[in-house]
Design a protein. Structure first.
Length: 297
């Protein structure tokens, strides 16, 4: 399973720059989400048709794929707003609670149930993430609209991950990503019009950032993550995405001068250790739990 894991790592790197780009606030949150999807769709649709890959096995799968796009549109929209209305740190912390929701949903709805190691690794990874942003910060969260949107983003993403895993049992990655991205752009266009957000008038840097979001953070990232989701457990993919918090912190330090403390380094190490546990297939000796018969991703 080396290729899916490599795809997962590269995909996480691609989306790790997203919070930094959104925090620049060079365009409104929902419009930023629209162009992220629209630019990716403009590249995906002709390529998928010209290569003859646009093959959907049934109307049911097509409708579920469109639904995935609508859910992901909601995720990106509220995530962008949460970042711009609060801090990237708070929004990242709350959104990345999604592995908990994915684990619960997978337990009830997916064939591959979460392993015991998943729950242990998730708990450690979330503890590491809280350490990374600071316990005091976590205790002083502002329960405002941005807080609600950040939580909602995590819930949307968990639903998307579970539903996409189900759909990807029946369809290939390329047509799935193409249709879901196109439908996301459609729903975000409607939402942008409803909120009366401008589709034009951005600076050259603003347009450049929108293109980077569409090509790197959406097109490249989600083709890779879609491939990983098809061939790995949805729970593992969701927990691995917590690693973007570490990469985003490093990138923020390198490019926008945010401070990196010793506590943040320790939190990042703990977070990555928790992710590693979710990939460990044998029982953890310390917990003495017999889960050796669990399937590998």
């Amino acid at each position: 399973m080396t290729k899916p894991r490599i795809a997962l790592v590269i995909g996480i790197i691609c989306i790790s720059i997203f919070p930094i780009l959104v925090k620049l606030s060079l365009s409104p949150g929902v419009i930023s989400a629209f162009y992220r999807m629209a630019i990716a769709a403009a590249l995906l649709v002709p390529f998928t048709f010209l290569t003859g890959k646009m093959k959907i096995p049934s109307r049911k799968i097509f409708l579920l794929t469109v639904l995935c796009g609508a859910i992901f549109a909601g995720d990106v929209a509220v995530w962008n707003i949460a970042i711009q209305e609060s801090t990237a740190t708070q929004a990242t912390l709350l959104t990345n609670l999604s592995p908990v929701w994915v684990g619960v949903g997978a337990f009830f709805f997916l064939k591959n149930k979460p392993t015991f190691n998943f729950w242990i690794g998730t708990a450690i990874a979330i503890f590491g993430m809280i350490t990374l942003v600071g316990f005091r910060f976590f205790l002083e969260l502002d329960f405002d609209l941005a807080f609600v949107f950040a939580i909602l983003s995590g819930v949307f993403y968990a639903i998307y991950m579970l539903l996409s895993k189900y759909v990807l049992y029946e369809v290939e990655v390329l047509p799935f990503i193409t249709i879901s991205t196109l439908s996301s752009a459609f729903f975000l266009a409607i939402l942008s019009c409803g909120l009366d957000q401008p589709f034009t008038g951005f600076s050259n840097m603003g347009w450049f950032v929108l293109v980077v979001q569409g090509v790197v953070c959406q097109l490249m990232a989600w083709l890779l993550l879609g491939y990983a989701t098809k061939h790995m457990r949805a729970t593992r993919v969701s927990v691995s995405l917590l690693g973007q918090a570490v990469l985003t912190t490093i990138l923020a330090w390198l490019f926008i001068g945010e401070e990196v403390s010793f506590q943040m380094i320790v939190g990042g190490i703990v977070l990555l250790f928790g992710i590693r546990i979710t990939f460990y297939n044998k029982p953890i000796p310390f917990f003495r739990r017999n889960n050796s018969s669990e399937e590998a991703a």
